[in-house]
Write a protein that binds this ligand. Structure first.
Ligand code: CAA
Length: 255
């Protein structure tokens, strides 16, 4: 299977499983990944997703032999067939990238499409596209400038040289850097923290944050208000407030 999909309580662990090609996206992996994301999105029992790679790389991006020639023929086709979080599919449930090694090209674009990012000490992040005569085509030119200062974005986009995990942490591209052996424990602990919060509120926080980035402030404030107006009608809002006042842990029901 090009993608492993494992449910652990309220968390889905989605693993890109093509380690012999450093989890580069060929048409099979792209299709399976899209399917896994849609399953995660539509499964009400799942609140958080962790995306990681099998083997020693997170993902080396688009498969240069098997996918890039198809892009030359029809660049829209891949996302019509297999929409994913880089393009075409908005998922408001939180996603954690557990970056177990190189995240290059489309691999870094996938990291950027996740909300929270934990990397191993040997991970590296880069956009080698300019060395191939391309620019990132899965949102990289747009999301990198929203994630790090423009000089760092320009360095990544124009020079095609990767940066280390330590530099990624320093520039705010990732939340944490951990030894390889601690990666999944750290990602699951972050997922558990998310699952302790009201899931609809977490989703609304993501939606307001992501959509608000592309709006003038006044519009963003309107969006925040309308989403909050919805949240105060939920059972989980009542439960969260009651639990706080009664000095107990809340039991959220995603309602
Ligand atoms: N496409 C296809 N195959 C790839 C690949 C890719 N992007 N990246 C790695 N592989 C394959 C290699 O061809 C190799 O296969 P074989 O054993 O059959 O030769 C295998 O994975 C292992 O790779 P290496 O032997 O090269 O491993 P390494 O440790 O020496 O080097 C690396 C690792 C620096 C990541 C190197 O593999 C590399 O530079 N890969 C290409 C990365 C790249 O350019 N990515 C951008 C793709 S374009 C893109 O993603 C566009 C977009 O916006 C979507």
């Amino acid at each position: 299977m090009p993608v492993d999909f494992i449910k652990e309580d309220k968390t889905a662990v989605i693993t890109l499983n093509r380690p012999e090609a450093l989890n580069a996206f060929d048409p099979e992996l792209s299709g399976a990944f899209s399917e896994a994301l849609v399953n995660f999105m539509n499964d009400d029992s799942l609140w958080v997703g962790i995306i990681t790679g099998a083997g020693n790389a997170f993902s080396a991006g688009a498969d240069i032999a098997a996918l890039l020639p198809a892009i030359k023929k029809n660049s829209d086709e891949q996302f019509k067939k297999a929409p994913n979080i880089m393009r075409g599919l908005s998922i408001w449930k939180p996603l954690i990238a557990a970056v177990n090694g190189a995240a290059l090209g489309g691999g870094l674009e996938l990291v950027l499409a996740c909300d929270l990012r934990i990397a191993t000490e040997n991970a590296m992040f880069g956009f080698p596209e300019v060395t191939l005569g391309l620019v990132p085509g899965w949102g990289g030119t747009q999301r990198i400038t929203r994630a790090v200062p423009s000089a760092i974005a320009a360095e990544l986009l124009f020079l095609g040289r990767p940066i280390s995990a330590a530099r990624a942490l320093q520039t705010g591209l990732v939340n944490r850097v951990v030894p390889r052996s601690d990666l999944m424990t750290a990602a699951k602990s972050m997922a558990a923290g998310l699952c302790r919060c009201a899931p609809l509120a977490v989703r609304v926080a993501k939606q307001a944050m992501v959509q608000g980035l592309d709006m003038p402030l006044e519009k963003g404030l309107d969006l925040e208000k309308s989403l909050n107006d919805y949240l105060v009608t939920t059972e989980d809002f009542n439960e969260g407030c009651a639990a706080h006042l009664e000095k107990r842990k809340p039991t959220f029901k995603e309602r």
